[in-house]
Design a binder for this molecule. Structure first.
Ligand SMILES: Cc1cc2nc3c(=O)[nH]c(=O)nc-3n(C[C@H](O)[C@H](O)[C@H](O)COP(=O)(O)O)c2cc1C
Length: 212
């Protein structure tokens, strides 16, 4: 297991873990992940977030149907015609595509889902920024505990159907579904572009130079 006290190691190795075992995850670990979530920053500390812990196979399956439809209609064709993103080799991108396909088929088989929601009237960038820090905290916490997960939002392509399947009341919106389970594979470093490709110094477009 990673050194749970080394936050940098945890951040650099919190990859999307899409191949998950179906073995149950202890409730205490899920509670620990949720506590990490609610420690996150949120606007005005209003804590309008709500989290659903879902194990019910029927609910997960109903949402997976929306998730898969969005893959078949939108995401699959997009993957098939896209170039690898910055910092990612062709081979790694092909592996990612296979893993995305795998998660699509097995989404509902992850033993536990955490669905991050907000009580809000209309989802905006402002509302989202009060829930995604919690989501990232939960991904890092899961990683520190040796559990795999992936931030997923694809169900939002069929938001109405998916949120009805989740049983969300009016005025509540879902922002992410985290399927959680023990990973089949190993954690490893994420693939990202170099700092110099994405960071500017002082003025837009002016290269940032990393200290030696
Ligand atoms: C806003 C957002 C939505 C995402 N939605 C999905 C999703 O629906 N399904 C999925 O398999 N991965 C999803 N991802 C995971 C990204 O594809 C993943 O973070 C990216 O490919 C980098 O992979 P890595 O973290 O393993 O390096 C999402 C990530 C973010 C930040």
């Amino acid at each position: 297991m990673a050194d749970a006290n080394d936050v940098f190691e945890i951040m650099h190795t919190t990859r999307a873990m899409r191949r998950l075992r179906t073995d149950p995850v202890p409730d205490e670990l899920i509670a620990k992940i949720l506590k990490a979530g609610i420690s996150a920053a949120n606007g005005g500390n209003a804590q309008k977030w709500r989290f659903m812990v879902i194990k019910d196979p029927a609910v997960k399956k109903a949402v997976q149907v929306c998730y898969k439809r969005a893959y078949d209609e939108i995401i699959g064709p997009r993957y098939a015609s896209s170039a690898p993103p910055p910092g990612v080799t062709k081979e790694r991108f092909a592996r990612q595509h296979r893993a995305v396909e795998y998660l699509t088929e097995h989404f509902h088989e992850a033993p536990v889902w955490i669905v991050a929601c907000l009580e809000d009237s209309a989802p905006t960038r402002w509302t989202g920024s009060s829930v995604y820090p919690a989501v990232q905290n939960m991904l890092l916490a899961a990683r520190a505990l040796g559990l795999g997960s992936t931030l997923t939002t694809r169900h939002l392509f069929y938001e109405k159907e998916a949120e009805a399947a989740l049983g969300l009341p009016e005025g509540v919106h879902s922002y992410a579904i985290l399927p959680i389970g023990y990973p089949m594979g190993n954690f490893g470093p994420v693939g990202r572009a170099a700092l110099s490709d994405v960071v500017y110094a002082e003025r837009w477009g002016q290269p940032y130079r990393e200290p030696a």
